[in-house]
Design a protein around this ligand. Structure first.
Ligand SMILES: NC(=O)c1ccc[n+]([C@@H]2O[C@H](COP(=O)([O-])OP(=O)(O)OC[C@H]3O[C@@H](n4cnc5c(N)ncnc54)[C@H](OP(=O)(O)O)[C@@H]3O)[C@@H](O)[C@H]2O)c1
Length: 259
């Protein structure tokens, strides 16, 4: 087990399940940091989790703020940037795309992660073999978009496609660090419930955030430099709606995703 882990966006859903999973499977010497957007420490988590508060990915100083709370820490073994936002959009005349929501989604998904990783790296909080996991989505794959699924949700998809690009570039700049871009799974969390996707949970093979966290922790443990800068679904194609339609049958698990 790793000795220091940082999960950015750890209050709910997958992020909360990740810090809980690390806490339940590591000894007390393992340093587990979780961030919350609010200024207060969330309650009900294991004591072992150290909370860094006021870490808001929509703020331009997010990287400095994070680093200032990690002063005197040794390089982190694992950094998982998980925070995300999803609101729906369509192309109708009355609803249509929403400017402020689009800016928020792009900022949180694809702008902030670059600034966070940049600051961590220059504060020597990433060392040789540190693993940076960027939580993307199969939604960010251009190849996997298909007529059957339909259009819409512009910023949801495009902000993750932009994250994928940023992740690839980070892997080129950070030769010493393993950068992994992942689709964590279709999950039964507030994110999907709030947009009414809970009606697809059963048919779409949605899993609990705990199950997705276990798979992501295992994926992270096995990672090596050969996969740096790549885009993968550790849980395979089972919950990726258009996987078979676009890529054909008998797909592997884990599945390397097309950009
Ligand atoms: N759910 C799925 O099916 C699915 C599928 C593919 C990919 N993903 C990706 O997986 C990640 C986790 O999803 P989830 O379903 O666990 O989402 P969730 O239940 O909605 O939780 C989102 C997390 O992100 C944090 N967050 C939101 N905006 C933030 C901001 N501006 N600054 C800092 N933190 C912020 C939230 O903190 P607060 O508590 O402060 O709001 C919360 O901890 C996301 O990146 C998502 O895009 C999810």
């Amino acid at each position: 087990m790793m000795s220091s882990i940082l999960v950015v966006g750890a209050t709910r859903g997958l992020g909360a399940a990740l810090v809980e999973e690390y806490a339940s499977n590591s000894d007390s010497s393992t340093r587990i940091f979780g961030t919350s957007r609010s200024d207060t420490k969330p309650t009900g988590f294991p004591e072992q989790i150290k909370w860094l508060t006021g870490i808001d990915l929509s703020q331009s100083n997010v990287g400095e703020n994070l680093v200032s709370q990690l002063k005197s820490e040794k390089p982190l073994d694992v950094v998982i940037i998980n925070a995300g936002r999803f609101t729906t959009e369509d192309f109708s005349a009355d609803k249509g795309p929403n400017w402020d929501e689009e800016v928020a989604m792009y900022t949180i998904s694809s702008v902030a992660p670059v600034f966070v990783v940049h600051r961590l790296a220059h504060a020597n909080l990433l060392g040789h073999g540190s693993k940076v996991i960027l939580v993307s989505s199969e939604a960010g794959s251009i190849t996997l978009r298909h007529e059957k699924e339909g259009g819409g949700n512009y910023a949801h998809h495009a902000s993750k496609a932009a994250l994928n690009m940023a992740g690839k570039l980070l892997s080129i700049d950070l030769k010493d660090v393993i950068v992994s871009i992942v689709h964590p799974g279709f999950m039964r969390t507030e994110m999907t419930r709030n947009v009414g996707f809970d009606k697809h949970w059963d048919a779409g093979g949605a899993v609990t955030s705990e199950a997705a966290a276990k798979s992501l922790v295992e994926w992270t443990e096995k990672l090596d430099f050969s996969k740096s800068g790549e885009y993968w679904a550790p849980r395979g194609p089972r919950d990726i709606g258009m996987a078979e339609t676009v890529l054909g049958k008998n797909l592997e698990t884990p599945l390397k995703l097309p950009w």
